[in-house]
Design a protein. Structure first.
Length: 114
């Protein structure tokens, strides 16, 4: 299973970006799908996840600004990022769990300038 993330880039503080992640095999029944990020010199942290039930979880730093959505038929997960801050600058990784394993995308860089 491969995960392909897209949508990263450069944004101004206060602006918006949308990330998308698509699984290479649409018939796989994933459990949790979501996004994590890693800033330079920091550990990877949770951004947002969405379970098969539709229940979502957000990291404290992005609550109220980011929204995760999932298309179960297409096996895609998107992240709408609004009110971006320079501290949101990081490599964002898509993750999907299936068959007892976690699959990770390669990461997409998001840079927010002030």
């Amino acid at each position: 299973v491969q995960l392909q993330a897209s949508g990263g880039g450069l944004a101004l503080a206060g602006g918006s970006l949308r990330l998308s992640c698509a699984a290479s095999r649409s018939w796989v029944s994933f459990g949790v799908m979501g996004w994590y990020r890693q800033a330079p010199g920091k550990q990877r942290e949770l951004v947002a996840t969405v379970e098969k039930s539709g229940i979502t979880e957000y990291g404290e730093l992005v609550k109220g600004r980011f929204t995760i959505s999932r298309d179960f038929g297409k096996n895609t997960v998107d992240l709408q990022m609004n009110s971006l801050k320079p501290e949101d600058t990081a490599v964002y990784y898509c993750r999907a769990d299936a068959y007892g394993s976690a699959f990770w995308g390669r990461g997409t860089l998001v840079t927010v300038s002030s």
